[in-house]
Design a protein around this ligand. Structure first.
Ligand SMILES: [Zn+2]
Length: 326
């Protein structure tokens, strides 16, 4: 229906192989449930019932915070994105300000598609930190200073007067890749998000695995060098101190103030030797960490997303499996 825009009941019967009477009964039930709508139209000189998806089924909103960006999207219930916005965030932003901005963005985007808050069925919120999905609070302090102790789902829900569901961004990335993307049909798989921060989402036996405290998949805080640089989590030598946005920027920053990870990615794609080297070094560390995960979990497949995946090469030699891009 979504692809055709609208079909007559006779056409639906032809496509589905169901009898016209059965199609008529199913359409009546779905119209009563508010899923479909019917209008009378004329096809080949004959009057016919035209069947379409109900216009007022509602919208869903997705909000994705990362360390330096906020992305907001509105979609209909058929997963079609109808509006999308992206906004940079200051390095040490505060939760209250950014939740206000997210709510304002959603309001503006609703207006841009002639919709209202009443039409939002639910909001999904992705956070770059381990989350308690029940309380909506970050479970490991120090990962996102300014957000510790804030019930983010509840706070955004109050601002929007809508139900808000929160989870770790890598968990949601894993779920999305498993449902519709590179991990489809792979019930034991891993999604690695390589952005300013590093995260991973685990799909085990077809479900997102969060662990006892919701901190499973804290891939970026796997210790690779116990005497290494101090990490924002309080440990030393975490993967993120070698592969994260700050580490990559620091390694190429000489004489380039205000450099962002996106700039390094663009320069690497453009052939800049220092940027390529910095990202290749990061990729080597990432490959070693992924190989360790492979030894523990033996996943069907690993998919990699996030800003750095735009320059992904195949690191499969490290762990002997395909390396899928974003
Ligand atoms: Zn760490």
């Amino acid at each position: 229906m979504k692809h055709h825009g609208g079909l007559t009941q006779i056409e639906l019967s032809g496509i589905t192989g169901l009898s016209p009477a059965t199609v008529s009964n199913i359409v009546k039930e779905l119209v009563a449930a508010g899923v479909l709508a019917t209008t009378m139209s004329t096809r080949s000189g004959r009057r016919a019932h035209q069947v379409t998806l109900a216009r007022a089924l509602g919208l869903v909103a997705g909000v994705h915070f990362s360390e330096r960006h906020m992305r907001v999207a509105l979609a209909d219930v058929a997963h079609t994105v109808v509006a999308e916005q992206h906004m940079p965030l200051a390095k040490d932003h505060r939760a209250d300000n950014e939740l206000n901005r997210a709510a304002q963005l959603i309001t503006d985007m609703l207006e841009s598609v002639d919709a209202t808050h009443d039409e939002i069925l639910a909001v999904g919120l992705a956070m770059p930190a381990p989350m308690n999905v029940s309380s909506g609070i970050i479970t490991r302090t120090g990962i996102m200073r300014g957000w510790d102790g804030v019930p983010v789902a509840e706070s955004l829900g109050i601002r929007l007067n809508s139900p808000v569901y929160v989870d770790n961004n890598a968990n949601l990335g894993a779920l999305a890749e498993y449902r519709t993307g590179a991990l489809r049909g792979k019930p034991n798989s891993l999604y690695i998000s390589v952005d300013e921060g590093i995260g991973a989402g685990l799909i085990l036996n077809g479900e997102v695995f969060r662990g006892h405290n919701g901190t499973a998949g804290e891939f970026g805080h796997m210790v690779l060098n116990e005497d290494g640089a101090l990490c924002r989590c309080g440990n030393r030598g975490c993967l993120e101190t070698l592969v994260g946005g700050d580490a990559i920027i620091d390694s190429v920053r000489a004489g380039r103030r205000g450099l962002k990870l996106h700039d390094v990615v663009v320069k690497a794609i453009g052939g800049d030797a220092a940027s390529i080297r910095a990202i290749a070094d990061a990729g080597r560390h990432l490959g070693i960490a992924a190989a360790n995960i492979c030894n523990v979990l033996d996943p069907d497949r690993i998919a990699v997303g996030g800003e750095l995946s735009q320059v992904a090469s195949c690191y499969s030699a490290q762990c002997g499996m395909p390396w899928n891009g974003p």
